[in-house]
Design a protein around this ligand. Structure first.
Ligand SMILES: [Zn+2]
Ligand SMILES: [Zn+2]
Length: 316
């Protein structure tokens, strides 16, 4: 080595070697940097996909929890027999509590920080569904994602507290898993509203579970035993006059939204055969116009009362 460094040719050789070594080091650094950059970018793509997946998964939670919230709310309204002042606010409150617990679970299990706030709930084009909006912020590994999620929840197969709210407190009113049994309560309610032949609604019954009538278009209720089957199964129908689910929780038999109607069934074997208030629930509870007796099952005394416009709607 000494001889090479001392040699004049050696100086040249060493100079070239140094340049080559430095170039090599620069190339290595550049390559490593490039490689680092590629890896970083791939990680970011994977992380973003992860966040997307997390948000999709979270949205499924929202849909399940929103239905559970409505179920819990309706059960409480029925138990307390007290209408809600503002069903939308109550929904936001109950769902926000459930989401806050879910957010704690995400932080503990997956180290993901989620903040959420349900900001609105309203009726959709169909009375079967309610739409609502939730603002969420998801944070994981220095990545942050904000969005307003739009979700919807069904109201089918939930309990309808309307009849219980309007005819309570009356010790003769009771209910089981499927129906409201009015005892004397509905007849008394109608008497106060000066409805003729209100006695025809002594021991009347109404559905308790909001089940959708499958006989659509409704005009087919006049075919064979369709109406009898609809009444036996306690179905509900879409109606511009009947109230929506959110308003039913507030004890309102009428509302400006597109809603539902169901039949209130007077007891069978009514002796006087006189007309009484028409049987769709918004008419019985609020509109109070009369209907003629309609025997809905051949050779029996099973009766409802119907006005001409509802007869037309159901093809009867
Ligand atoms: Zn029906
Ligand atoms: Zn309404």
């Amino acid at each position: 080595m000494k001889t090479i460094f001392n040699d004049s040719k050696g100086h040249v050789f060493t100079g070239i070697s140094v340049i080559l070594i430095i170039s090599f080091i620069i190339i290595v650094i550049l390559f490593l940097n490039l490689n680092y950059f590629i890896t970083e970018e791939t990680n970011q793509i994977i992380a973003s996909d992860n966040l997307k997946y997390i948000v999709e998964d979270y949205n499924k939670n929202i849909e399940v929890l929103s239905y559970t919230s409505l179920k819990e709310i309706s059960e409480n309204v029925i138990k307390s027999k007290t209408p809600l002042k503002d069903s939308s606010e109550e929904f936001k409150k109950v769902l926000n509590e459930k989401l806050s617990n879910k957010n704690k679970e995400y932080l503990k299990k997956y180290d993901i920080k989620i903040e959420s706030n349900v900001i609105s709930i309203e009726n959709s084009e169909s009375p079967e569904y309610l739409k609502f909006k939730t603002i969420i912020t998801v944070e994981k590994d220095n990545e942050k994602y904000n969005n307003v999620l739009e979700s919807k929840t069904s109201v089918l197969n939930l309990k309808d507290p309307l009849g219980i709210l309007l005819c309570s407190p009356d010790p003769s009113l009771s209910y089981n898993e499927t129906n409201i049994l009015f005892g004397n309560s509905l007849s008394k309610y109608l008497e106060k509203r000066n409805v003729e032949n209100h006695e025809n609604y002594i021991n009347a019954t109404a559905p308790l579970i909001l089940k959708k009538c499958p006989y659509d278009p409704y005009i087919h209720h006049g075919d064979n035993h369709t109406l009898a089957d609809c009444i036996k199964n306690s179905y509900y129908h879409e109606s511009a006059d009947g109230s929506c689910y959110l308003c039913r929780l507030e004890g309102k038999p009428l509302c400006p939204h597109y809603g539902f109607e169901t039949f209130i069934i007077p007891r069978a074997n009514i002796e006087n055969n006189l007309s009484s208030v028409s049987s769709p629930d918004h008419v019985v509870f609020a509109d109070n116009y009369p209907g003629d007796p309609y025997y809905y099952f051949n050779d029996s005394n099973k009766i409802i009362f119907l006005d001409s416009s509802h007869k037309k709607k159901y093809g009867l």
